[in-house]
Design a protein around this ligand. Sequence first.
Ligand code: AMP
Ligand code: MG
Length: 487
Amino acid sequence: MKALDELTFDNRFARLGDAFSTHVLPEPLDEPRLVVASKAAMALLDLDPAVAETSVFAELFGGHKLWAEAEPRAMVYSGHQFGGYTPQLGDGRGLLLGEVYNEAGKHWDLHLKGAGMTPYSRMGDGRAVLRSSIREFLASEALHALGIPTSRALCVIGSSTPVWREKQERGAMVLRLAHSHIRFGHFEYFYYTKKPEQQAELAEHVLNLHYPECREQPEPYLAMFREIVERNAEMIAKWQAYGFCHGVMNTDNMSILGITFDFGPFAFLDDFDAHFICNHSDHEGRYSFSNQVPIGQWNLSALAQALTPFISVDALKEALGLYLPLYQAHYLDLMRRRLGLTTAEVADQQLVERLLKLMQNSGVDYTLFLRHLGDEPAALAVARLRDDFVDLAGFDAWAEQYKARVARDGDYTQEQRRERMHAVNPLYILRNYLAQNAIAAAESGDYSEVRRLHDVLTRPFEEQAGMEQYAQRPPDWGKHLEISCSS
Ligand code: AMP
Ligand code: MG
């Protein structure tokens, strides 16, 4: 266990120099205070969880203090936003404080979001509000607990600093952890500004630090791109299987590591709805729930374009062709497990699709349906869940098909079935209304609800005594919350 001043830095990205990032000091928040910290994330840095309660912790992650070895930098990148190319973006309100390595030898970027203006702030104020910082914190830690690759969050620091959005709010900072903060947009920036030397330097950096095994391949850059395609296919399959909607899949929000990254107006589905749009500024539904799948490929082609100086177009196309089949295989595998199936049959895809269509038409709660499907033997479970459906004949037909499929699947006890299904079907997810309740309390100075919700979400598959209120369908007001990009 380490104290805060015992972190070991090795700032590899900062050493790439001024073409890649700019030195900027964090702008401190007034009266910084701990809102919530993740013990699990602290453990990634070998930090003693007790240090979260110290005033130095709030000062460090509220922008007041810095380690002598930290080298805070704002990174430059660009990206495709809602399909159009924006030539210059960059860390407009976040700083890479430095890279820390832990006792196991793993490197973690410490990235402070909401740390004030940088050369890339454009019209923005460099700040993040408490509400969006809490949402990013909860989502990162909840996705991780579900087994979905994601950036992590160490803590949220609140303050009395006024920040203007639609109304006056309070500034906050979230400390994000990831093995890298390099985005698709980093490669696009050097490609479109025609800086081949720096682009090559960036590619070498990513290859050496994050994809060293690709060095062994005859074409290391191609092997790296293929790996990025594979990781994205798997990540998006998990989003789809667990009902996660990212909301702003611009290429500047896509991580080179294939992790969920840069949380804005994200949401987890309550009722199953393939057409769900979580960002109310996304009028065309470009980033709707079901569009995440083709958009994942679109984003990878934008990255592929930026890699054309290194890899032949034919090889890039071939690698891109891996995306959909891989996505489908991962998705179907997860959905089979969510349905409690241990074997594979060709018609399983249709079984899943039929169920989702029925859920869509009846507005059935996605998470709770699948959780309760494992509570009892298949025949009893479907009989109990039947009432949630409007198209009873349709559901009965599906239920017959499902029961027959379960019967063919194998010979196991209900105990085994329940255990297996509950291990992949969460009881608790980060529903928008739960986040909203926690945010409302935090905005009035009470952080206990954020902490409790975070705690519940770190063990989503485990039934927790006294936490029934977190495993309910949302109240009506909770289904229609409008979340925008303004954060
Ligand atoms: P996002 O939509 O949060 O991924 O941000 C897109 C771009 O806008 C990034 O370059 C951000 O750094 C920048 N940005 C977002 N909010 C702010 C803000 N309040 N101040 C400065 N830059 C911002
Ligand atoms: Mg972003």
